[in-house]
Write a protein that binds this ligand. Structure first.
Ligand code: FES
Ligand code: FES
Length: 243
């Protein structure tokens, strides 16, 4: 008979799903294949430590839909034909932190760090699914399922507020500003800055602008992906558009 390979993509890489894994959650699968950035906290949907972003192509609207998902609750096979992005696919020290990560670090929004990947993924999912910058309320709402035992939340909310609509300067700058060699748009102030996050030892010289950090390339809007941040982000795997 006719069989179609069961596949999913994880951080841009194609994975064939073998038979016999029906007992696995997405979280167990991810950790089994070495992606341990996604954490097991409660295991029952209450803490958000296991949050990942799931993208699927919606044939009706011809758009990719991005959602934050609790990987501890999602049966692995329910992800067939979808793209899963974990914190490893967002950014890291070696290849550069994502502005969301950078901002969280600068605001001291990570202490023990156990909740951090989940917060990053909730925020990342919100930004990727937003056609326009979210409001501060939308940001807070999107974090409602993430618990943190350490920070008291204020530093986390402060870190992410810089991506809100009210921070107009950031968005105007992101799309229209031309930066000089070596300059970056500071997510905190929305102004060009040359604090040189390329060189981490310089980081402290920019203390005043709390979330000062890595560059945004001017946003290039992609029709299919439809997200605010497409430059340097993992794209939706073309293979999955055809299924
Ligand atoms: Fe707590 Fe998944 S581990 S929500
Ligand atoms: Fe420890 Fe959030 S930093 S739980």
């Amino acid at each position: 008979g006719w069989t179609k390979e069961a596949i999913l993509y994880v951080n841009g890489l194609r994975k064939v799903l073998p038979d016999g894994l029906a007992h696995l959650t997405l979280l167990e699968y991810l950790r089994d294949i070495g992606l341990t950035g996604t954490k097991l906290g409660c295991g029952e949907g209450g803490c958000g430590a296991c949050t990942v972003m799931v993208s699927r192509y919606d044939k009706k609207s011809k758009k990719c839909v991005h959602c934050a998902v609790n990987a501890c609750l999602a049966p692995l096979y329910s992800l067939e034909g979808m793209h899963v992005i974990t914190v490893e696919g967002v950014g890291n020290r070696k290849h550069g932190l994502h502005p969301i990560q950078e901002s969280l670090v600068r605001s001291h929004g990570s202490q023990c760090g156990f909740c951090t990947p989940g917060f990053i993924m909730s925020m990342y999912s919100l930004l990727r699914s937003s056609q326009t910058p979210p409001t501060e309320e939308q940001i807070e709402e999107s974090l409602a399922g993430n618990l943190c035992r350490c920070t008291g939340y204020r530093p986390i909310v402060d870190a992410f507020r810089v991506f809100a609509k009210t921070n107009d300067a950031l968005y105007t700058n992101m799309s229209s500003m031309s930066l000089k060699e070596g300059e970056f748009v500071c997510p905190s102030t929305g102004k060009p800055c040359s604090c040189g996050m390329k060189n981490v030892s310089n980081a402290d010289t920019c203390e005043k602008s709390v979330a000062c950090g890595k560059t945004y390339e001017p946003v290039s809007y992609s029709e299919i992906d439809g997200s605010t941040y497409t430059e340097k982000e993992l794209i939706f795997p073309p293979e999955l558009l055809l299924r």
